[in-house]
Design a binder for this molecule. Structure first.
Ligand SMILES: Nc1nc2c(c(=O)[nH]1)N[C@H]1C(S)=C(S)[C@@H](COP(=O)(O)OP(=O)(O)OC[C@H]3O[C@@H](n4cnc5c(=O)[nH]c(N)nc54)[C@H](O)[C@@H]3O)O[C@H]1N2
Ligand SMILES: Nc1nc2c(c(=O)[nH]1)N[C@H]1C(S)=C(S)[C@@H](COP(=O)(O)OP(=O)(O)OC[C@H]3O[C@@H](n4cnc5c(=O)[nH]c(N)nc54)[C@H](O)[C@@H]3O)O[C@H]1N2
Ligand code: SF4
Ligand SMILES: [Mo]
Length: 727
C-alpha cells in the first residue's frame, strides 16, 4: 500500500500540510511527516479552478495526486485532465535547454547566457532600427498572475515596447468588453453557488459536460429541481441531459435574446427596482419593439411558441434565473452585443446580485481572469486604465517606476498585431505559453507571417509545438507543478499553485526567465523588488487598493490556502465575507453614475454564410473532456490519449451523410475558401443538417476557419464558416 492511501483525502482542508517554498525544493521533509506529506495546487487546465492534492515523496516530489475534498470549488472531484495533471511533466518532448536557429536554419542547443544575449541584442537592434512598435508579445491565460504581471511590466515599462496581447483575446475578450461597458469594470458578478441556488439555469453557447465537467457537477447539486435550458445549435452532451434544448440556428442568439426582451417588456414582467439602477431603458424598450418572436423565427429557427415560453421561464417573478455563457457567445462576430443582450435580460428582470442569478460568463483557461486584471496588456496592471493619468501616476509611485515609462499608448489587438507583421511593421514576436500556429483563426496565413518576421522567440514547456518548431529562439520553460503563484478562476477566486516537481534540464520558471531578461536588458533595477512570486504578489495586491478588484485584505499565499481560496474583492476593512460572494448586491455598479448601462445594436449578417458552392456551416469547439486545446500537454498523457480519437474526425448529420454518400469513418476532405484538411466522418444526429462540427484540438482545423472579429472586443469568431466536403 502506498503511503498516501494512509491519509483519506476527505479530511478537512486545514489538516493538509500546505508547503509554500519560493522555488522548487520543498527542502528535506521532516521525517515525522514523511508518510503523509501533501501539498495543494489549483489545477492548471480549465478556469473551474479545482484544487488538487499532490502526494509527495520524502524529497518533496509529487508522485501522485487526488482531487481535494473540502475545497469549495470542486469538493473532492476532478475531471480526467486534472487526475492526469502530472503526466505532461515527464514527457521526452520537454524543452530542456535553450535552442537557437543556426546559419543552416536548424535549431540547435545553446546555453542560457547565449540565449539571453541573443534575445537582447536582436530585440534592441530591431527597436533601434524600427522603433518601439516593431516588436510584440503574445502570451496567455495559463501562467500565474505574478508571472503575467512581471512580463507585462517588464516589457512595457522596462524594455519600452507597446504592443502585447494574449490568447485570452481568443477566449474572453468579448465577456471582458461586455462587462466593462455595461458595469464600468470587467466584473463577472456570480459565484459557483449560484449554480446550486437557481430555479432556472440557462446555458448558452456553453458545453459544461465537456469543457467544465466539475461545474456541471455543481449544477447537479442543485436541490431546487431547476429547469436547465441549453441554447446551442448542437445537441451537445450537456443539451442531452438538460430539461430543454433550444436548437437554434448558429448566430441566432442576438435576435433570440432581443425577442425575449421584447416579450418581457411587452408584458411588463420586469423588476422596477433593478431597472431604476440602469440607464437606457426607454431606448432599449423602443429598440426591442421590432423584435417580436414572429420576426425572428426565420433567423433563429425557433418557433414563436418556444420563444414566448422561454420568455416566461426567464422572467417569472420569484424564480431565480441564472445565465451562463462561454464560447458559443464570445466567439462570434457580434459576441459583445450578444453577451450584453444576456446582461440586459438579467438587469430588466432583476436577476443580478442575488443568490441563484446573474449574467455569468464562464472563462476558459486556469488563469484567464488573472490575465484580465494583471497582464498589463489591454488594461493597466491591477485593473487600471492606461488612459487615466491618475492611474498611471499611482502605478508609477507604487512600483517605483518613473512616470514617463508608464506608457499611455494602447496596444494593438491580437489580429492587428498579426496584420502588422504581415504588413512588415512588426519585425519580432515573443510568444509565451500559447501556440498560435495551431490555435489562431485562419492559421494558414501565419506561414506568410513567419516569412516576414526577422525574429521569433517561443517560450514553452515543449520544443515541438507547432509554434516552437518555427522559432528562431526557443526558451525552455517550467510548467504547472514546477512553480508557484496564483490563478483566478471564473468566480473571481484566487488560489495558489506550488512547485512539486523539479523542471527538467535547464528549463526555468517563466518568472525566472523574466528576471534574467530584466537584468540582461539592463532594466533589472526597476524590478529590484520583484524577487520571487510571493514578493510580487504583495506588490500587486497593494496596487489593487480602491479598485473594484481590491484584494488588499489578503495577507499572503498561506491565507489564500487557509480560506479555501479567496474571491475578489477582499479589501482591507471588509470584515467577514464568508466563502461565497457575488457582486452588485447593493444595486450599485462601477460606472461614474453608479448605474448599469443597457447596450444594444441591430444584429448583423453572418460573415461567411453557406452558399451552393460551400454548403455546410462549420462549427468548431471542444471535443472531449480529455483533450486540451492544441494537445501539447494532454497529448503527452498515455491515459488521456486512450480516451479520444488520435486522428481528426468531424460530426455530420446522418441525413446529410446519406445525401452525399458518406459512410461512417470514411476519410473525407473538408475544404473552405482558405484551406483544406482530411478527417473521418462521425455520423451524429446531434449536429443539425447543413452543419458540421470539428473539434479544435487538431492543428489543421484553423486552416479552414474564417477570420471574422467582433468589432468591440476583436475576438475571433471561430464558430462559423462555410465549407464543402470532397470524398
Ligand atoms: N476538455 C476541455 N475543456 C476545456 C478546454 C479544452 O480545450 N478541453 N478549453 C477551456 C477553454 S480555454 C475554454 S474557452 C472553454 C470553452 O468552453 P465551451 O465554450 O463550453 O466550449 P466550445 O465547445 O468551444 O463551445 C461551446 C458550444 O458553443 C456552441 N456554439 C457554436 N456556435 C454557437 C452559436 O452561434 N450560438 C450558441 N448559442 N452556441 C454556439 C458549440 O456547439 C459548442 O457546443 O473550455 C475550457 N475547458
Ligand atoms: N477553431 C478553434 N480554434 C480555437 C478555439 C475554438 O473554439 N475553435 N478556441 C480558442 C480558445 S478559447 C483558446 S483559449 C485558444 C487556446 O490556444 P493556445 O493557447 O494556443 O493553446 P494551448 O494548447 O493551451 O497552448 C498553450 C501553450 O503553452 C505551453 N505551456 C503550458 N504551460 C506553460 C508554462 O507554464 N509556461 C510556458 N512558457 N509555456 C507553457 C503549452 O505547452 C502550449 O504549447 O484556442 C483558440 N482556438
Ligand atoms: S474541471 Fe478544469 S480545473 Fe477541474 S480538474 Fe478538470 S481541467 Fe482541472
Ligand atoms: Mo479559451
Amino acid at each position: 500500500m502506498s503511503f498516501f492511501s494512509l491519509k483519506s483525502h476527505n479530511g478537512p482542508l486545514t489538516a493538509d500540510l500546505v508547503q509554500e517554498p519560493g522555488q522548487f525544493g520543498l527542502g528535506k521533509v521532516p521525517s515525522r511527516l514523511k508518510p503523509v506529506c501533501t501539498a495543494t495546487s489549483i489545477c492548471g487546465y480549465c478556469a473551474t479552478g479545482c484544487q488538487l492534492k499532490l502526494h509527495l515523496d520524502a524529497e518533496g516530489n509529487a508522485i501522485n495526486l487526488s482531487p481535494q475534498a473540502g475545497y469549495p470549488v470542486n469538493s473532492g472531484m476532478a475531471c480526467p485532465k486534472g487526475w492526469q495533471a502530472l503526466d505532461p511533466l515527464d514527457s521526452p518532448d520537454r524543452a530542456t535547454v535553450p535552442l537557437l536557429r543556426n546559419h543552416k536554419g536548424k535549431l540547435e542547443p545553446t546555453d542560457w547566457s547565449t540565449a539571453l544575449q541573443t534575445f537582447t541584442t536582436k530585440l534592441k537592434s530591431i527597436k533601434s532600427t524600427h522603433g518601439k512598435e516593431s516588436v510584440a508579445f503574445l502570451s496567455t491565460g495559463q501562467i500565474p498572475l505574478e508571472e503575467m504581471a512581471f512580463l507585462g511590466c517588464l516589457y512595457k515599462f522596462g524594455m519600452g515596447f507597446v504592443h502585447a496581447d494574449a490568447n485570452t483575446r481568443q477566449c474572453m475578450a468579448t465577456a471582458a468588453t461586455a462587462y466593462k461597458q455595461s458595469f464600468g469594470f470587467d466584473s463577472p458578478p456570480g459565484t459557483y453557488a449560484d449554480f446550486e441556488q437557481s430555479d432556472v439555469i440557462v446555458l448558452i453557447g456553453a458545453n459544461l459536460c465537456i469543457a467544465h465537467p466539475i461545474l456541471w457537477q455543481r449544477v447537479m447539486r442543485n436541490k431546487r429541481n431547476p429547469k436547465i435550458i441549453v441554447i446551442d445549435p448542437r445537441a451537445t452532451e450537456t443539451a442531452q441531459v438538460a430539461s430543454q434544448h433550444i436548437s437554434l440556428r448558429p448566430k441566432g442568439d442576438l435576435p433570440l435574446l432581443y425577442a425575449l426582451a421584447h416579450c418581457i417588456l411587452r408584458d411588463g414582467r420586469i423588476d422596477s427596482t433593478s431597472i431604476a439602477n440602469t440607464e437606457g431603458i426607454e431606448d432599449f424598450t423602443e429598440f426591442v419593439k421590432s423584435y417580436s418572436p414572429s420576426s425572428v423565427t426565420e433567423t433563429t429557427g425557433i418557433p414563436t411558441e418556444t420563444i414566448e415560453a422561454l420568455a416566461l421561464d426567464v422572467s417569472t417573478p420569484g424564480k431565480r434565473v441564472s445565465w451562463w455563457w462561454t464560447m458559443g457567445v464570445n466567439q462570434s462576430h457580434e459576441g459583445t452585443r450578444t453577451a450584453q443582450a444576456i446582461i440586459n435580460l438579467c438587469l430588466i428582470t432583476g436577476n443580478i446580485g442575488k443568490p441563484g442569478t446573474g449574467p455569468n460568463s464562464i472563462t476558459g483557461q486556469c488563469n484567464a481572469m488573472g490575465s484580465r486584471l494583471f497582464s498589463n496588456t489591454t488594461s493597466l496592471v491591477a485593473g487600471h486604465d492606461y488612459a487615466d493619468e491618475s492611474h498611471r501616476r499611482k502605478i508609477s509611485e507604487q512600483l517605483g517606476i518613473p512616470y514617463e515609462k508608464i506608457t499611455s499608448q494602447p496596444s494593438m489587438a491580437y489580429d492587428e498585431i498579426l496584420e502588422a507583421v504581415i504588413a512588415g511593421k512588426i519585425k519580432a514576436l515573443w510568444i509565451i505559453a500559447t501556440n498560435p500556429f495551431h490555435s489562431w483563426i485562419d492559421s494558414g496565413k501565419l506561414e506568410k507571417l513567419r516569412e516576414n518576421l526577422d525574429f521569433l522567440v517561443v517560450q514553452d514547456m515543449y520544443h515541438n509545438t507547432e509554434s516552437g518548431l518555427l522559432a528562431d529562439l526557443l526558451l525552455p520553460a517550467a510548467g504547472w507543478g514546477e512553480k508557484s503563484g496564483c490563478f483566478i478562476n471564473s468566480e473571481r477566486r484566487l488560489g495558489t499553485i506550488k512547485p512539486v516537481r523539479r523542471a527538467p534540464g535547464e528549463a526555468l520558471t517563466d518568472f525566472r526567465i523574466f528576471r534574467l531578461i530584466a537584468d540582461a536588458w539592463g532594466c533589472g533595477d526597476l524590478f529590484s523588488k520583484w524577487t520571487d512570486p510571493q514578493a510580487v504578489f504583495q506588490l500587486l495586491k497593494n496596487l489593487t487598493k480602491d479598485r473594484p478588484c481590491d484584494i488588499v485584505g489578503i495577507e499572503n499565499y498561506e491565507h489564500i490556502d487557509r480560506e479555501g481560496g479567496i474571491q475578489w474583492p477582499f479589501p482591507e476593512l471588509s470584515g467577514d465575507h464568508g466563502n461565497e460572494r457575488r457582486l452588485f448586491e447593493d444595486g450599485k455598479y462601477y460606472t461614474s453614475s453608479g448605474k448599469a448601462r443597457l447596450h444594444f445594436s441591430p444584429p448583423t449578417a453572418m460573415p461567411e454564410p453557406v452558399d451552393p458552392e460551400y454548403p455546410f456551416l462549420l462549427i468548431t469547439g471542444r471535443g472531449t473532456s480529455s483533450q486540451w486545446h492544441t494537445q501539447s500537454r494532454t497529448g503527452k498523457s498515455k491515459v488521456l490519449k486512450k480516451l479520444y480519437p488520435a486522428d481528426p474526425y468531424f460530426e455530420i448529420n446522418p441525413a446529410d451523410a446519406t445525401k452525399y454518400g458518406i459512410e461512417a469513418n470514411a476519410a473525407i476532405e473538408i475544404r473552405s475558401r482558405r484551406g483544406k484538411m482530411s478527417a473521418r466522418a462521425y455520423l451524429a444526429p446531434t449536429v443539425q443538417s447543413g452543419q458540421l462540427f470539428l473539434p479544435m484540438h487538431y492543428a489543421e482545423v484553423n486552416r479552414l476557419t474564417y477570420p471574422a472579429f467582433d468589432p468591440h472586443s476583436r475576438q475571433p469568431g471561430y464558430k462559423a464558416c462555410a465549407v464543402k466536403l470532397l470524398k
